[in-house]
Design a binder for this molecule. Structure first.
Ligand SMILES: Cc1cc2nc3c(=O)[nH]c(=O)nc-3n(C[C@H](O)[C@H](O)[C@H](O)COP(=O)(O)O)c2cc1C
Length: 468
């Protein structure tokens, strides 16, 4: 079997020069977040902290899957094949495989009662106005009490004490499962898993139909079932190779307490609200557990990248059937846009085809995208400068910018109004599309007018051959 821990990713990142090991002290509330954010945003690198003030002996990492390059390393899929290959694999889910506790590194340390202390974890204060320290990397493993089917998803946790956190649940699958327990007068058992293989990171943020256990998609990405082990205090299975597991319960009866402020994935602070409450029962972990200090706040961070990759894969699949199949060359959910912008790289076969593709992209499986841009086959979608150039030189705004008003938008789209008394999940706003493609291939003369003026032999000249 493969090494299913996230240490393979950390090792690979370090070996390829993608990770910086920080041995100087950092403070979880004062500067750790700024250091890891700048390390990625200024240097493009991941961070590993081995000297965290107040948490002797602990190690924490951050910004480990913030872009396609890092995903490609983590999932061991070539960067330019990422979307089609993930899509191919998740079509064949693989069930998890239970192993004995003795074979599970996550059982090396078991802490119960007062010994299980959330304050021991090197959690950080991420954004300046955050209400306190948060865990954003916790993947919640729950089970539907009626069907017995598992569900995994991220739910951020504001640390409110040794054994208590907030637990934010937007009305999706985990919330529906919680409601089923609540109607039986019970709390929802939950195992919060921190630090796993990137295949599980992806699967946990991937939007699927209710009743499909996303852990089977992680198995599909790995090419083998995820090794799982039974929890100590409840009937739930968790990845045996995880770093840390927090076992507990979401308090019953729709009990909620104030939560936030918290710097959101969009990069700003929504109105603080309330959240359900998690009560800790036990912690199991590796002896030398590595905490995943996942950054949720101003982009670009792992948070936008996890959901962004899910949006890309799901939208890529969604577009396969449009107009008898498009020449869709790439699709990007721009992390910098807080997941609200999609870029389609497309070679339009007929006039207006790019606009049809854009319409479809804005009605995909995810709520987040509100702006979709189509660029042509010569634009590097990894390069924002080329996307901007394309908009500036190929868009006739009167014809190519189209607004679609009065449509449902994402709950976190702050630019759209919130109606007093109506929850943000029902927000109405404007979606828009920008067609920055050249004329279609059927009009070669008109198309040529928009070609890039590039140096002779640009594609074959290798800069390395000329550098001093
Ligand atoms: C880092 C990160 C943090 C997230 N935090 C939350 C959260 O606090 N609450 C929530 O409901 N969804 C959160 N999400 C989104 C859900 O985990 C995601 O939509 C997931 O696919 C939902 O799973 P489900 O469809 O099984 O409900 C987060 C996603 C990521 C990547």
């Amino acid at each position: 079997m493969k090494d299913q821990s996230f240490r393979t990713l950390l090792r690979a990142l370090e070996a390829q020069g993608e990770l910086i090991r920080f041995t100087k002290p950092v403070h979880p509330e004062r500067n750790m977040s700024a250091v890891e954010w700048k390390t990625y945003n200024e240097l493009g690198k991941s961070s590993l902290f081995t000297n965290i003030e107040g948490h002797p002996g602990w190690t924490a990492c951050s910004q480990i899957i913030a872009d396609r390059r890092k995903w490609s390393i983590g999932l061991d899929i070539p960067e330019d094949r990422l979307l089609p290959e993930i899509l191919r694999r998740v079509r064949q889910p693989i069930a998890p495989v239970r192993v004995a506790a003795a074979e599970a590194p996550v059982k090396q340390v078991k802490l119960f009662g007062n010994e299980a202390n959330l304050l021991d974890l090197p959690t950080m204060k991420v954004s300046e106005r955050d209400a306190g320290r948060f865990i954003a990397s916790g993947i919640s493993f729950v089970r539907d009490p009626e069907t017995g089917i598992g569900n995994i998803s991220y739910h951020r946790q504001q640390i409110n004490g040794r054994d208590t956190t907030g637990f934010v649940m937007v009305p999706r699958h985990a919330r529906r499962i919680y409601d089923k327990y609540s109607t039986q007068g019970k709390g929802m058992p939950v195992a919060i898993v921190i630090g796993v293989h990137p295949a599980i990171f992806f699967a946990s943020g991937f939007s699927t139909s209710m009743g499909l256990d996303e852990l089977t998609f992680a198995g599909a990405l790995l090419g083998e079932g995820v090794r799982t082990v039974k929890c100590e205090t409840m009937d739930l299975d968790v990845p045996a190779d995880a770093e840390i597991v927090l076992e507990g319960e979401i308090m019953p009866g729709d009990h909620q307490e104030p939560e936030g402020p918290f710097g959101e994935v969009t990069g700003s602070y929504p109105q603080p609200s309330t959240a359900h409450v998690f009560k800790l029962k036990a912690i199991t972990r590796r002896r030398d557990a590595i905490f995943y200090a996942l950054h949720c706040g101003f982009p670009s961070t792992d948070t936008q990248s996890i959901t962004g990759l899910g949006i890309e894969v799901a939208t890529f699949e969604h577009l396969q059937k449009v107009d008898g199949g498009l020449d869709l060359l790439d699709l990007r959910c721009l992390t910098i846009s807080g997941m609200m912008m999609l870029v389609l790289k497309i070679r339009p076969r007929t006039a207006g085809q790019a606009k049809v593709a854009l319409m479809a992209a804005l009605t995909g499986p995810y709520q987040q995208p509100k702006i979709a841009i189509a660029v042509d086959d010569d634009i590097d979608t990894a390069d924002l400068r080329q996307i901007m150039w394309s908009i500036a030189t190929r868009v006739h705004a009167g014809e190519d910018v189209i607004l679609i008003p009065n449509v449902k938008v994402w709950a976190l789209d702050n630019a759209s109004p919130v109606v007093e008394g109506v929850e943000t999940y029902q927000r109405v706003g404007t979606r828009w599309m920008i067609d920055a493609t050249k004329p279609p291939v059927t009009m070669p003369k008109e198309r040529a007018r928009f070609d890039k003026a590039m140096p002779p032999n640009y594609d074959t000249v290798n800069l390395k051959d000329f550098l001093p």
